[in-house]
Write a protein of this length. Structure first.
Length: 87
């Protein structure tokens, strides 16, 4: 069911596009390449299990957890509906 000027399926297409964009952003943030033996921030050794689980890892678990806390989640409203603009 379309509403206004939109065509059938537009809402689902917006949802799918939002999910695809977020997946692409998340995948681009993943480390890749050769894993480091020592953390690039604190020089502590990175456990072998972590290096094998996350290829290209450069940070120890403590430094990665701290960096994750500092990251800001950003998003936007594709629809721009009146209800979402009033919040």
């Amino acid at each position: 069911m379309a509403g206004g000027w939109s065509k059938d399926g537009d809402v689902q297409q917006q949802i799918d596009d939002s999910i695809s964009d977020e997946l692409e952003r998340a995948r681009s943030a993943l480390p890749h390449g050769e894993s480091a033996a020592f953390c690039s921030e604190c020089d502590e050794p990175i456990p072998e299990a972590r290096r094998q689980a996350v290829p290209g890892v450069q940070l120890c678990l403590a430094c990665q957890a701290e960096r994750d806390k500092q990251q800001v989640q950003r998003g936007f409203n594709r629809r721009g509906s009146k209800d979402s603009q009033l919040r």
